[in-house]
Design a protein around this ligand. Sequence first.
Ligand code: C2E
Ligand code: CA
Ligand code: CA
Ligand code: CA
Length: 277
Amino acid sequence: AKENGRNSIQVFDPAMAENARQKLGRSEELRRAIERDEFVLHFQPQKDMTSGEIIGVEALVRWNHPTEGLVFPGEFIPLAEESGLIVPIGEAVLRKACGQAKKWQELGLPPVKIGVNMSARQFQEPGMIRHVAAALAESGLEPRWLEIEVTESLLMRDVQGAIMKMHELNALGVSLAIDDFGTGYSSLSTLKRFPLSRLKIDRSFIADIPDDADDMAITSAIVSLARILALDVIAEGVETEAQAHFLSEAGCHAIQGYLFSRPIPAEEMTRVMREGT
Ligand code: C2E
Ligand code: CA
Ligand code: CA
Ligand code: CA
């Protein structure tokens, strides 16, 4: 232990040092992964509740690691956020997502919206609007087919700033969805000020339907809220017919979840879009 200042004693903690070393190694690896273009997108369909048609697909990033195989976002997005690498990763995701959506349209498939997740660091980054505009221009995708998903907690951090960014995205013609809706604390009056097109009901409210009466009440309330605000509403994490049935009765517009499909690679998604199953 070494003395540091008057009262505090800094103890060398080998576990903490090891942890820091691992993080450094991992972010170095992430940096290389960006250069080597090791990120791939998987896609999960979103179905219209009434027609049963695929109306959108969400792009979900995976890291195709040279030795570890597919690494899921939960394992590298937090570190990417911390290190700022989320900005170049997010740019790559935007380009790939817009490119793939355009490709599907060129194959003659019925056009669908492509949903792209954007994390806080990326949303707040000064070049964000420029990156979105560039991804659209490069791919030739019309902006109305791009939907950016941001979380409620991200928007609540700086409401005024978020509203300005959202207006800029809207001006490009891009639409916006609130992801994981219901887990944050946005008030009705704040929500009203966001230029949004859709709410995505968080999976945690769906998981225990139809056994949890509270969750069913909350879900119905979110659907009503969407109606009042004239927003589209989609439920994520729908795994069972019972959940889909409840959501249909509640008036939810669309659903996404393992009931229809897990996130799948682009080629598989192409087949699903062709066959509609
Ligand atoms: P999210 O945006 O809430 O995405 C939904 C997650 O739930 C995905 O996990 C998806 O595979 C999973 N999921 C979908 N349907 C079901 C279901 O029926 N049951 C269950 N149990 N899970 C379901 P994934 O792909 O591991 O992504 C996790 C999170 O990582 C995402 O949560 C999102 O926050 C983040 N993420 C993914 N791709 C990106 C990206 O390109 N950029 C950023 N910034 N974040 C991303
Ligand atoms: Ca999402
Ligand atoms: Ca979500
Ligand atoms: Ca519950």
